[in-house]
Design a protein around this ligand. Structure first.
Ligand SMILES: *[C@@H]1O[C@H](CO)[C@@H](O)[C@H](O)[C@H]1NC(C)=O
Ligand SMILES: *[C@@H]1O[C@H](CO)[C@@H](O)[C@H](O)[C@H]1NC(C)=O
Length: 388
């Protein structure tokens, strides 16, 4: 009886829709463009958890993204970390192409893991081309290249770059002391400093982009672009950045660099003789900087992180003094000291102002009155002080 009633109900409802002339569904929304993210990873175990964390937090539907990931010539744990992440994440992305290569662990003639002999440039150019071929074959609308020490901490970066409607566009990333993407050819121009410090903001035509860049593969001119083999007229050094810049020029495609917002951070490239440990320490510094200027870096939740081995650097004790109401400062300092592997004791202070004596002070005459007077003056001029 109940079943009967329900069926009847359903029929009446349907009939209304069928015979009404006013009720029809609206056209549904367009889906966002399809994107291939190219990950080319080598000896990057220290930055990879943060890099992948930033990728997974991009505000972009993952089912419209395919990931093309290659890793090779590693002497650290890069392959295992990337594999761990892809294993969890592949169900969210539209498609994942995984190209690991265990051997060899270095390039012939290499001074160290951070050196770029020609064989390495050539191999990276081939990888970038392979990613581009993959994206073209799958008719992806965009391909995003992002080096694995470029941390796109602003989750809107991909959308913001797409919204600019450019063929080749790069977000300006901040780094220790310099904006590397503006260096080289651009550094000598008058625009360098205002652009770097964001006194002049926008999306500007530049002779070359690298590190992180988005290519719009739907544009006609993009059909001719290539990383490998270099253009037949190319006669400069073997360098993937310059080869690509030359290819853009030959195809009459203009590259743009945007600094409208903070998009993220990049590590300064290591010198040829640097070790992976040097590179890791540089990266820790960039990480600490990101805590100050923001948006800060966070590691992926899907990558295992080992706890840091903190020590006292040879001191008997290291103290961190914190006013309890400034929990933001406490959090930043504890995070930073952990990254630096420094062990501290917290000294909580339930107060606004504190006077600290060392135990060997020789008091001036009128010490107390002088300090009181000093504090009065400080209050009068409303000085904003932390430590005096
Ligand atoms: C390498 O990374 C994997 C995945 O995160 C982890 O399980 C493994 O313990 C790591 N090995 C070393 C030597 O760090
Ligand atoms: C990009 O194109 C879209 C759609 O044609 C348009 O609405 C938008 O204003 C364009 N953006 C810029 C920065 O030109």
């Amino acid at each position: 009886m109940l079943l009967h009633f329900l069926l009847l109900g359903a029929f009446v409802f349907q009939a209304e829709c069928y015979f009404s002339e006013e009720k029809y569904p609206e056209e549904s929304k367009m889906q966002p463009p399809t994107v291939v993210i190219a990950i080319i990873a080598r000896n990057t175990a220290h930055s990879l958890p943060y890099y992948l964390g930033a990728l997974e937090r991009l505000n972009y539907p993952k089912d419209r993204i395919s990931v093309w990931a290659a890793t090779d010539h590693n002497s650290d744990n890069t392959t295992a970390i990337l594999k761990e992440w892809l294993t969890v994440m592949q169900k969210f992305y539209h498609y994942v192409e995984w190209r690991p290569m265990d051997k060899p662990t270095s390039y012939a003639g290499e001074l160290g893991p951070k050196h770029w002999p020609n064989s390495r440039y050539e191999y990276v150019m081939k990888l970038k081309q392979a990613a581009l071929n993959f994206a073209r074959k799958r008719w992806a609308d965009y391909i995003l290249y992002a080096d694995t020490d470029n941390i796109l901490t602003n989750p809107d970066t991909l959308n913001l770059m797409i919204a600019e409607n450019k063929s080749v566009i790069a977000p300006m990333l901040d780094s220790q002391g310099a904006v590397l993407q503006l260096l080289g050819y651009y550094r000598r121009t008058a625009e360098y400093f205002p652009t770097r410090h964001r006194h002049r903001t926008g999306c500007f035509p530049v002779p070359m982009v690298h590190s992180t860049m988005l290519l719009d593969l739907r544009k006609e001119g993009m059909k001719k672009l290539a990383f490998y083999p270099p253009h037949e007229d190319y006669s400069w050094p073997y360098d993937d950045i310059i080869v690509f810049a030359f290819s853009c020029r030959a195809a009459e495609v203009q590259s743009y660099l945007c600094n409208k917002q903070r998009y993220g951070y990049l590590n300064i490239p290591a010198k040829p003789h640097h070790t992976l440990e040097d590179d890791r320490l540089n990266f820790v510094h960039v990480q600490l900087e990101s805590m100050i200027d923001g948006p800060p870096m966070h590691p992926s939740r899907y990558v295992h992180m080992f706890p840091k081995q903190r020590d006292l650097m040879g001191f008997d004790e290291i103290y961190l003094i914190n006013l309890r109401r400034r929990s933001d400062r406490r959090d930043r300092m504890l995070f930073s000291l952990n990254e630096l592997e420094i062990d501290v004791k917290m000294v909580d202070m339930q107060m606004d102002k504190a006077l600290v004596f060392e135990d060997d002070v020789r008091f001036q005459a009128n010490f107390k009155r002088r300090v009181l007077r000093l504090m009065e003056e400080v209050e009068q001029v409303e000085l904003d002080w932390d430590i005096m």
